[in-house]
Design a protein around this ligand. Structure first.
Ligand code: GLU
Length: 464
């Protein structure tokens, strides 16, 4: 079987990490099986759908590297196709017009509720052999309803939830077209999944209730239902359903906060799927390992600390050149001119071991691109003990003669410290302050490598 999966978002606003996870799994399943992955934009809700939301989805997917084989396919561009299928269904007796007005429907519902029955359409306009239908009211445009089977049940083997069985008595005749002829949501999904030859529907479990209806329509159209895998929800860190209202961040927010796409992908992969106890893995490994059987059955909970930890892991092990490229926009945002001053790749390489985000790297990098500090006499008195000045003088001399490497500078410090019988902090702190007007810097020998000894000696010489 040639595997075909799809991600079918409704572009109605905010896209959080949980939403993108619904793209990641079908993508991975398609890639694992050398199949196709399709993006379908379910934009028939004209009032709520926006191009902005579509852009965010496409941008987010491409940022994570979820490449498409087909699409984006917009449902609004397939309206003629849906109408065509509705026409065929009417002709084949699989669907029928229903003239029940809103008022009548409401009355029916009230009555059913009063009798403690489940509100459902009563089949008034459903043609049956030997049944006389009511007279068609004048000037009323009908909805089109699907003739749901009567009796029996819909059964499917959900790849996540196991076997699910829903009695057909629970399902009334679904409206598939509104009075103005526009098709309804569940109907479009079926036509699309059939036309697009989708073999596996991997989606959020908020769609479980739609599935029996979709299967019935699909079978009526002569289709074979795909495999369904309904993913448990993603909860936020306080255990509520993830949503913008309770503080979820959009994919763009993570990008702006200095997260690497590899870290997000790895994080999302583990948010409801596992492979033994593997926590950090490459995209290739993920694709290689991905299977539906290892999807989690209970809701996954968002864990911001874990995401930050993963981001740190990815930053720490990144190729410095690539990392510098990714960090540049953040540095520029902070007003750093990466072209003037020390080599940015070296700076990033120095800082990556301790940074959790690209913003943290950029902030750390600032130090190396600020002009040399001008200290007031008071600042000097406070931060550079007078007794250290001669030591700094000796250090300048030792640095002049040292190899321009971490080891060389380390040896220069050692020699001067021994000469004056001092411990490292007694010299390193004032030197840091002299160089940068702060004592918060990475290891001083590494700092000297990055800033270059000429610049360092120039800055130190102003004190002696
Ligand atoms: N458009 C639906 C949503 O965004 C998904 C439909 C589906 O995957 O079948 O929730």
């Amino acid at each position: 079987m040639h595997i075909r999966t799809r991600f079918a978002p409704s572009p109605t606003g905010f896209i959080h990490l949980g939403n993108l996870r619904s793209a990641l799994y079908p993508w991975a399943f398609a890639r694992h099986n050398k199949g196709d992955f399709i993006l379908r934009i379910e934009d028939t809700d004209l009032e709520r759908s926006t191009q902005e939301a579509v852009d965010v989805i496409i941008e987010g997917m491409s940022w994570l590297g979820l490449d498409l084989d087909e699409g984006p396919i917009y449902q609004m561009q397939r309206i003629d196709r849906y109408r065509e299928v509705i026409k065929q269904m009417l002709e084949a007796g699989l669907a029928y017009p229903c003239y029940m007005s809103e008022d009548e429907l409401n009355r029916l519902r009230d009555q059913q509720m009063a009798n403690k029955e489940k509100p459902r359409y009563n089949g008034l306009w459903r043609p049956e052999p030997g049944k006389t239908l009511p007279a068609i009211p004048e000037g009323v445009l009908p909805v089109i309803r699907f003739r749901n089977p009567i009796g029996g049940s819909v059964i499917w083997d959900d790849a996540v939830k196991g076997q699910i069985e829903i009695s057909n008595d629970e399902l009334d005749d679904l409206v598939i077209a509104r009075p103005d002829g526009t098709p309804t949501y569940n109907f479009c999904v079926v036509v699309d999944d059939l036309d697009m030859k989708i073999t596996h529907v991997i989606r959020g479990d908020d769609h479980v209730n739609n599935t029996p209806r979709q299967i019935n329509i699909m079978k009526a159209l002569g289709g074979i239902p795909p495999v369904y895998a309904h993913l448990p929800t993603v909860l936020n860190d306080s255990g509520e359903k993830m949503s913008k209202r309770n503080g979820a961040m959009s994919v763009r927010d993570y990008q702006k906060a200095g997260y690497l796409p590899e870290a997000i992908l790895n994080y999302l992969a583990r948010l409801g799927w596992s492979h033994g106890d593997a926590e950090v893995f490459t995209k290739e490994q993920f694709v290689d390992w991905f299977d539906l059987a290892s999807l989690g059955r209970s809701p996954a909970q968002h864990n911001p600390e874990k995401l930050l930890w993963l981001n740190h892991q990815y930053i720490q092990h990144s190729d410095p050149k690539k990392l510098a490229q990714a960090t540049k926009p953040f540095a520029h945002e902070l007003g750093i001119n990466t072209e003037q001053g020390p080599d940015f790749v070296q700076v990033v390489d120095l800082l990556k071991g301790r940074a959790n985000t690209l913003i943290e790297i950029a902030e750390g990098a600032k130090l190396f691109y600020l002009p040399a500090p001008i200290h007031t006499p008071e600042q000097i008195a406070e931060n550079i003990p007078a007794a250290i000045i001669p030591v700094i003088k000796d250090l300048i001399y030792a640095l002049q003669n040292s190899e321009p490497t971490k080891e060389g500078y380390g040896a220069a410090f050692k020699q001067v410290l021994a000469q004056h019988q001092l411990k490292m902090p007694a010299l390193a702190m004032p030197v840091r302050y002299a160089l940068f007007a702060t004592t918060q810097t990475p290891a001083i020998d590494s700092v000297l490598v990055v800033m270059g000894k000429d610049e360092a000696i120039q800055r130190l010489s102003k004190l002696v």
